[in-house]
Design a protein around this ligand. Structure first.
Ligand code: F6R
Length: 242
């Protein structure tokens, strides 16, 4: 595991964008595993800036996102498909058909999990997986539990996650109760993992995840077992690990 500590959020997004753009420059047809949430907003903004300056292209790349709320349409402002369009895809030259997000409106959730697993398999491995971490240690929507879920699954969201995400909705009752999430095995199969963490409210869970035991009670702890993890964060988030 490598730690990169930036002085603030802007700096950490630049550092993370450097790693992602290096990946695209070395391997233009990279498969990118992408995340949503507040943390990666700045990396996407930085990548769009470099794309607009002609320094970067996504034309040969493809992407697979970690998760999507069940029940939200792709054009719902809080859906993760909408987030990705708005924060990245609409502004760069990635081919629309090369971007993948679970279908929140699928009628049959089992079939949707199978379809998404097949999408992930058909991409022959994620080259770089971008991740954030929840306050309870979740990665994607792999919530704390008794065992690691291996592949794409439908998850009842933990009450703390619903609470944390209600800031994006009109009321807590509007927050979906379930989400599709890539499983831990799929995440761990990525060749390289780039974990972004910001703010002092994430410091304790990050320290538990990387200096305590590997346990499904803190899903991010499984990343200790991955051979190529880079954590990029600000000092507030990383100070307990340094
Ligand atoms: C989002 C995702 C989640 C977030 C996590 C942190 O695609 O997979 O695991 O990374 O909830 O969210 P923020 O960045 O909003 O603190």
């Amino acid at each position: 595991m490598k730690l990169i500590c930036a002085k603030d959020y802007k700096g950490m997004c630049r550092q993370a964008a450097n790693i992602l753009s290096a990946q695209l420059i070395i391997k233009p047809d990279s498969v990118l595993g992408l995340a949503t949430g507040s943390t990666p907003v700045g990396i996407y903004a930085q990548l769009i800036d470099w794309y607009n300056k002609g320094d970067l292209s996504f034309a040969e790349a493809s992407s697979v996102n970690l998760d999507e709320y069940q029940g939200l349409a792709p054009d719902h402002p809080q859906s993760y498909r909408y987030f990705m369009q708005h924060h990245l895809f609409d502004h760069v030259d990635m081919r629309p058909e090369a971007t993948h997000v679970p279908n929140g409106l699928a009628d049959d959730s089992d079939a949707e999990c199978k379809r998404y697993n097949q999408v992930i398999r058909s991409m022959n491995g994620v080259d770089l997986q971008l991740l954030g971490v929840g306050h309870n240690g979740h990665i994607a929507f792999n919530e704390p539990g008794e065992a690691f879920e291996l592949e794409t699954h439908l998850v009842p969201l933990a009450p703390t996650t619903v609470e944390a995400n209600k800031r994006f909705f009109d009321s807590v009752d509007d927050v979906p109760t379930h989400a599709y999430s890539m499983g831990v095995k799929s995440i761990m199969s990525a060749k390289k993992i780039l974990l972004m963490v910001s703010g002092k409210d994430k410091a304790a869970v990050l320290a538990k995840a990387f200096s305590g035991p590997v346990t499904p009670e803190i899903p991010a702890s499984v990343l200790q077992l991955h051979p190529n993890v880079v954590i990029v964060g600000d000092h507030d988030a990383l100070h307990l690990l340094m």
